[in-house]
Design a binder for this molecule. Structure first.
Ligand code: ATP
Ligand code: MG
Length: 515
């Protein structure tokens, strides 16, 4: 496993960072409160983490504190100084940076250009750019985060995890000393998350003021100095991490305990092959990929960021085209297939990248949910029956417990975890025969996670063949009957039933053959 040594030149001397306090902040959207008198203080040399259910107000608070949203009331105090109107520009000028929950890169620019947007170093001659210096320092930041990409690569070709890592690198490049990380780890595997944490710890040693959001409570407990729990727009507790436990946090967040149990292997598994993939290949992405999924089976696909797991899924769903190999769905070979033709045949794909392959950001929530089944909805003289559409979408959103302040809003205004639940609802409505779920619980809170596992289990019991791709190895141990591991575009091994453990999976995804 190639892990680069930390490089001193990037995270060097201590900085003179400032405490940043939010006092009694309130913020409403269309009359509904997203923040209701919230006070949280972030101190230098400390990692202070916000936890809470989807929609609790975590991102809204950090957006207010970084000038993206204007607050309705309350005060922001940086190093004792009260900040009046705060714009994103003013925030950055004062050294405050937010790594957003959803990456906001410019798709057509290179990774390098994205990294330096707004602060491109000048060359020695007027109107020139110091590309060499940019490339060198980019290489340092990328190495620290374990981001193995070519800086010249266009941002649109990066996976969601790579985009997220690039956003983190950007925080450093901008030379800010108050840095907020809004769920940076949700698309990362434990290995990549560890690299980010190592970096955050070095920043803490250097006296940076750090804020963090995550739904993965184990990492929250491991990394944080203090933890604040938000619930329904209010702070319900702030505590030292040393005094916190998983049970305590869950109780404060949800109000009761949540236990997630391993899925029971069903006695008689079907021999019917629902999807078969034979010797699939795309140069530079994956080679000789062969596997089958049976009706009623949950097959996991494990691998590091960049291992090819998402590329394989996108190829099956017709978003990319294979150079060689064969895909057979319920006995029919898929030839020159598109996402549309896949959906019509009962194959669906929940993408890891909501922004790119998932939501129609500006379309209303119910229409987003019903979008996959529009051709199947009842019509009267060619016109869509909107009432049926709304009812079906509403029922599906009940099943996945989508929470929004209102339903008649564009989906982009939902909290991250609720967008994910809405997408899940969409694919339930499509009544798939084969479902590929790429990071099905990305950004979803502990309670809703258990619900999504139950939904996946229910689908499998109804005979749906399911492929789950996940960065969280623990998730795979809970829900899969069988897992295949991918490393650098090759299948490195397969585990089934009781063999599926975090340790065994961990070995398979980082080393060829899992030595
Ligand atoms: N721009 C907006 N327009 C309308 N409502 C919004 C907007 N931004 C946030 N909200 C609402 O405010 C509430 C809090 O959302 P927020 O994104 O802060 O939640 P969160 O705690 O970050 O959740 P998650 O864990 O899902 O990311 C949600 O109900 C959300 O729908
Ligand atoms: Mg959020």
């Amino acid at each position: 496993m190639a892990v680069s040594a930390p490089q001193q030149n990037v995270v060097g001397d201590a900085v003179a960072s400032l405490a940043y306090e939010a006092l009694e902040i309130s913020k409403s959207f269309g009359g509904a409160k997203a923040l209701d008198g919230v006070s949280v203080d972030f101190r230098p040399g400390e990692i202070h983490t916000l936890v809470g259910e989807n929609g609790a107000g975590k991102s809204t608070l950090l957006r207010v504190m970084s000038g993206i949203y204007e607050r309705d009331g309350g005060e922001l105090r940086l190093g004792g100084e009260s900040l009046e109107r705060l714009t994103p520009r003013e925030a950055q000028h004062r050294g405050i940076y937010l790594v957003p929950q959803e990456p906001t890169l410019m798709p057509h620019l290179s990774a390098l250009e994205n990294l330096f947007v707004g602060i491109i170093p000048r060359g020695r001659l007027p109107f020139t750019v110091d590309w060499k210096r940019m490339r060198e320092s980019a290489g340092d930041y990328f190495a620290q985060l374990g981001l193995a990409i070519d800086p010249r690569q266009r941002a649109e070709t990066l996976s969601i995890a790579q985009q997220q890592q690039l956003e983190c690198a950007r925080a450093l490049v901008h030379n800010c000393s108050v840095i907020f990380f809004d769920e940076p780890t949700s698309p990362l595997t434990a290995h990549e998350a560890e690299m980010l944490f190592a970096l955050m710890r070095r920043l803490r040693e250097r006296n940076f003021t750090l804020g963090f959001i995550s739904h993965r409570l184990d990492e929250v407990l491991e990394l944080s100095d203090r933890i604040t729990v938000l619930r329904d727009a209010r702070v319900v507790a702030t505590m030292d991490a040393a005094d916190a436990s998983r049970e305590l946090l869950v109780n404060e967040m949800v109000g009761h305990q949540v236990t997630i149990q391993r899925r029971h292997a069903r006695a008689a598994q079907s021999d019917d092959v629902a999807l078969s993939v034979q010797q699939l290949q795309r140069e530079g992405e994956f080679h000789n990929i062969s596997f089958e999924v049976h009706r009623g089976e949950v097959l996991g696909l494990a691998g590091l960021v960049g291992s090819g797991r998402t590329e394989i899924a996108e190829t099956i769903f017709g978003l990319r085209h294979a150079e060689a190999g064969r895909i057979t769905l319920e006995g029919h070979q898929l030839v020159r297939h598109s996402p549309r033709s896949c959906i019509d045949r009962g194959l669906i794909y929940l993408s890891e990248d909501r922004g790119r392959n998932g939501i129609f950001a500006d379309v209303q929530l119910p229409e987003n949910v019903s979008s996959a089944i529009v051709p199947r909805l009842p019509r009267l003289r060619g016109l869509l029956n909107r009432r049926v559409e709304q009812r079906l979408a509403g029922e599906a959103m009940e099943r996945t417990q989508v929470r929004a302040l209102r339903r008649d809003v564009p989906i982009r205004s939902l909290s991250g975890g609720n967008q994910q639940k809405a997408l899940f609802a969409r694919w339930l409505l499509a009544e798939p025969k084969v479902a590929i779920f790429d990071e099905p619980t990305r950004g979803v809170d502990v309670g809703a996670k258990a619900d999504i596992y139950a939904l996946i289990d229910g689908l499998a019991r109804d005979g749906v063949a399911i492929i789950v791709i996940s960065s969280e190895l623990e998730e795979l141990t809970w829900i899969c009957d069988r897992v295949i591991a991918v490393y650098e575009g090759h299948v490195t091994g397969e585990l089934s039933g009781e063999q599926i453990t975090v340790a065994a999976l961990g070995r398979l995804i980082v080393e060829e053959g899992g030595a």
